[in-house]
Design a protein around this ligand. Structure first.
Ligand SMILES: Cc1ncc(COP(=O)(O)O)c(C=O)c1O
Length: 390
């Protein structure tokens, strides 16, 4: 995306009169501010200076043990703390994985559309992208097979967000998951799985992550505390069962920040091991976001012109809409901004920038009243902009 376009979006979303469906922000009113204050106090009074000291690059053992244990308890896996690397947000995991894996001109396979922040992180290492079509059940295995078969050289990896994807909110179906792993394994293309939203299911539990289908070190994984606690803590993690890869990632991280903030790691560990706090808190987030999704969906259904299609994500923070292909959503953005509502135009999420009719709508960061008013403004802007298209 042109920097000027990003600046334009940021400028608009910061105006108080604008209702923004553009950001990827969690609801700040749910941040557990008092619990984090208590946890901080406890860490400082019980641990004292070591909580403020330099620490090991891999992360504090207590937190790494908790990360492995949570995945093991949920999915019956058997990861150990040695396989866990704490990162400064999962964004750092994307950066260091890209740094280790990509040489200029290498191929990286992405679902289409994919997470803009991953494209930005990988771009620094100058790959070329091969894109695989997705439908409402996620990446299409036959399309993946075809892309890998036709690849001029073996791609370095496939990057996927299988659950409540950013930007589309889509989930790779349980039936497709083992197929995707099998196809990649057969073609010797490792998988990098990004799962920031897996805990945010509104009804049924989503299918197990791809890494739980593997057991051979072929899938590496990243998760984060950003969506279940607070993004300002900047705590993410990687699970990398393959030791040779881990041995490269650790020095890559060390070169970039020595280690993730010691105090933040202790605070997060204190928070997530505080009785039933985490389960209660995640339940509150699910309930709140689920209600916001419902309001957004019913407002879209009620107010949007016929040509606007949108999906029904089962969790996460986003839904995806397509307008009539004659409308360029970057142009539409300007009309919407003039009507005091913002979204993210779809084009930059497509690695080849080859589709212009999509838009990402965030429902986690506005309350239900604002969501209805925002959708009404957006529907009016689309009608006015696309006059003649029904
Ligand atoms: C798919 C995906 N991956 C990674 C990130 C980065 O998150 P963080 O660095 O806060 O863990 C985000 C943030 O929105 C995301 O949507």
């Amino acid at each position: 995306m042109q920097h000027s376009a990003i600046r334009e979006i940021l400028k608009v979303t910061q105006l108080p009169e604008v209702i923004s469906f553009a950001g990827g922000l969690p609801a700040p009113e749910l941040f557990p501010v008092a619990r984090i204050a208590e946890a901080t106090q406890r860490v400082l009074s019980t641990r004292g200076a070591p909580a403020l000291q330099y620490s090991v690059t891999e992360g504090i053992p207590e937190l790494r043990r908790w990360i492995a244990g949570r995945l093991n308890a949920q999915f019956g896996t058997a990861f150990t703390l040695d396989e866990v690397l704490v990162t400064t947000g999962s964004q750092q995991a994307l950066d260091i994985y890209g740094r280790i894996m990509i040489d200029p001109g290498d191929f990286v396979v992405l679902e289409n559309p994919s997470y803009l922040g991953a494209i930005q992180a990988f771009d620094a290492y100058q790959p070329e992208y091969l894109t695989v079509e997705t439908d409402e059940a996620g990446i299409i295995p036959e399309a993946l097979e075809e892309v890998l078969r036709k690849a001029p050289r073996r791609p370095k990896f496939l990057y996927l967000i299988p659950t409540f994807q950013n930007p589309t909110g889509r989930t790779l179906s349980a039936e497709r998951r083992p197929k995707v792993v099998e196809i990649c394994r057969r073609n010797e293309v490792p998988i990098f799985e990004d799962n920031p939203y897996g805990e945010l299911a509104f009804s049924e539990k989503p299918p197990a992550p791809l890494i739980a289908h593997d057991g051979t070190g072929f899938v590496s994984y990243t998760g984060t505390a950003s969506k279940i606690a607070a993004p300002g803590l900047r705590i993410g993690w990687m699970i990398v069962p393959e030791k040779t890869l881990r041995d490269k990632l650790i020095p890559a991280k060390q070169g970039s920040d020595l280690h993730t903030a010691t105090l933040d790691q202790y605070i997060l560990h204190e928070l997530v091991t505080d009785g039933s706090f985490l389960e209660d808190h995640i339940a509150l987030i699910r309930k709140t976001y689920g209600a916001r999704r419902d309001v957004m969906l019913s407002a879209l259904k009620e107010m949007m012109p016929e040509h606007v299609r949108f999906n029904h994500p089962a969790g996460g923070m986003f839904l995806w809409a397509n307008v009539d292909p004659r409308i360029d959503t970057e142009e539409l953005f300007k009309a919407a901004a003039a009507a005091n509502v913002a979204f993210v135009p779809g084009r930059p999420f497509y690695p080849h920038n080859d589709r212009r009719d999509g838009m990402r709508l965030n429902f986690s960061n506005s309350d239900e009243t604002k969501i209805r008013i925002g959708v009404e403004r957006l529907a009016t802007a689309i009608r006015n902009y696309g006059a003649g298209i029904s």
